[in-house]
Design a protein around this ligand. Structure first.
Ligand code: SAM
Ligand code: SF4
Length: 453
């Protein structure tokens, strides 16, 4: 067996891709390990969203080059591959700047890795695959080898046609593409047979999903969710990330009529200022977003919302930033991610006039984060003494402890119940901690665990 190490940066879609790369390389004898040291192949699956992504990659590659040298001195060989969005964006530049790299492969072409490795072993030089291939990557991936456990991820949509002016995704992940319903359903069924009780459907713009249905028609995300909800043994469905413009009436209705769809929605808004939203090319106003949230809450009153925000977008004034704070106060988020604007090369906003000084971006970020943290604390506090259905997916830090997720994705730990992993149980929230909840099993579930303890 050869040792494979994959370091994954960034979003859940990269986590999913890394799993699929491991599946793809398993038939070639590569077994996934925990460390780069001594590995026969190392893949860096990169993310281009954050600042200095390329610099971080080159410094990681510098460290890997030394490990590769050590392995060669000992008579071995280490292949180094760069995958993901930085691979797509930097392309041949990576091979030029770091000769220790053997393979560079973009997110739409990693199904070609075995072919690229074969070419390398025939003595061809370093290989580059960053075209957007005509074939569907998913048709060329093997069935999953390793189960993902009780809570699994499944990519249903990739790419983006929205071209927000700050974002690299449309350039690195390409145009919107949706997998056919039957291909997704087959993968979901395999995940469930492998022990998954919850599946999160992934896409850069997951609610823009338009995949071919078994009837030859184009199906939206709501229809896909209804279909997957019919899989016996699958208890929970989630989807992320959604764009406000693609939240259609059918998807909102699914939150009302599909009990398997969790009442938690990540719906990024980025800013509460119409001027900034327009300059970002988001395609909606702050009030459109408020109205949309009203409709979603009417359909599903227990829904909790999460969002992404950017502070200091070019031209953002103090008044614009105040509008963002006002929107946050109006909506009330359970959770959120916030970033200060970082110019990404090649995007329109990077060269826009009136860039906001770093100190201002940072100060606004701190103000926004303080408000979001306060909302998150009050949401968590509101969960005290409630009874949640928890899907246990991993052991806790203490012996006998099991940790799972509430419907709102909060980690919940209970004592004395390691045997619960893979199970859904009703849990009373006994204590609200800063980053998690402590729960106690209720009713019959508690009695059963006590009997077996
Ligand atoms: N498709 C999703 C949407 O439209 O909301 C978001 C995808 S993006 C991978 C995740 C988040 O990264 C964005 O919502 C945005 O808040 C943040 N982001 C993207 N580009 C950024 C940039 N140039 N500077 C700061 N934050 C950025
Ligand atoms: Fe990027 Fe999301 Fe905008 Fe697409 S919709 S360009 S992924 S922020």
């Amino acid at each position: 067996m050869k040792k494979l190490f994959i370091k994954t940066y960034g979003c859940q879609m990269n986590v999913y891709d890394s799993g699929r790369m491991a599946d793809l390389l398993a038939p070639l004898g590569f077994q996934l390990g925990e460390a780069a040291e001594g590995a026969d192949m190392v893949i860096l699956n990169t993310c281009h969203i954050r600042e200095k992504a390329a610099e971080k990659l080159y410094s990681d590659l510098g460290r890997l080059r030394r490990l590769k040298g050590k392995k060669e001195d000992a008579g071995g060989r280490m292949l180094i591959a760069v995958a993901g969005c930085v691979a797509q964006a930097e392309g041949a530049e990576i091979l030029a700047r770091q000769p220790a790299v053997d393979l560079v492969v973009g997110p739409q072409s990693y199904h070609r890795l075995p072919e690229m490795i074969a070419k390398l072993s025939r003595g061809a030089g370093a290989a580059l695959e960053t075209d957007f291939p005509a074939e569907d990557k998913f048709d060329h991936l093997p069935e999953e080898q390793a189960g993902q456990g009780p809570a699994a991820f499944l990519t249903v949509q990739e790419g983006c046609d929205k071209f927000c002016t700050f974002c690299v995704v449309p350039y690195t992940r390409g145009a919107e593409f949706s997998r056919p319903v039957q291909q997704i359903e087959a993968e979901a069924r395999r995940l469930v047979s492998g022990g998954a009780r919850e599946i999160t459907l992934l896409g850069q713009n997951v609610n823009a999903y338009r995949g071919m249905g078994p009837d030859g028609e184009s199906w939206g995300l709501a229809r896909l969710i209804r279909r997957l909800a019919g899989i016996a043994g699958l208890a929970r469905l989630r989807y992320t990330t959604s764009h406000p413009r693609d939240m259609d009436a059918d998807l909102i209705a699914a939150h009302a009529d599909q009990p398997k769809l969790m009442p938690y929605l990540h719906l990024p808004v980025q800013s509460g200022s119409d001027r900034v939203l327009d300059a970002m090319n988001r395609g909606h106003t702050a009030d459109d977003y408020r109205r949309l949230v009203d409709r979603i809450r009417k359909a599903c009153p227990e829904i909790a919302l999460s969002s992404d925000f950017i502070t200091g977008f070019p031209g953002e004034t103090d008044a614009d930033f105040q509008a963002t704070l006002a929107l946050v106060r109006d909506i009330g988020y359970a959770q959120a991610f916030s970033f200060q604007y970082s110019p990404r090369p090649g995007t329109p906003a990077a060269t826009a006039a009136r860039q906001v000084p770093d100190a201002v971006k940072h100060e606004r970020l701190l103000t926004l984060q303080a408000l979001l943290a306060e909302q998150q604390r009050s949401f968590s506090a509101s969960c005290g003494h409630r009874i949640f259905s928890v899907l246990f997916d991993r052991p806790g830090k203490k012996p006998g402890q099991a940790v799972g997720r509430s419907p709102y994705l909060q980690p919940v730990h209970v004592d004395g119940a390691a045997s619960l992993i893979g199970e859904l149980r009703d849990v009373r929230i006994a204590e609200v901690l800063p980053n998690s909840l402590r729960g106690e099993l209720v009713g019959a579930a508690a009695a059963r665990v006590l009997e077996t303890a």
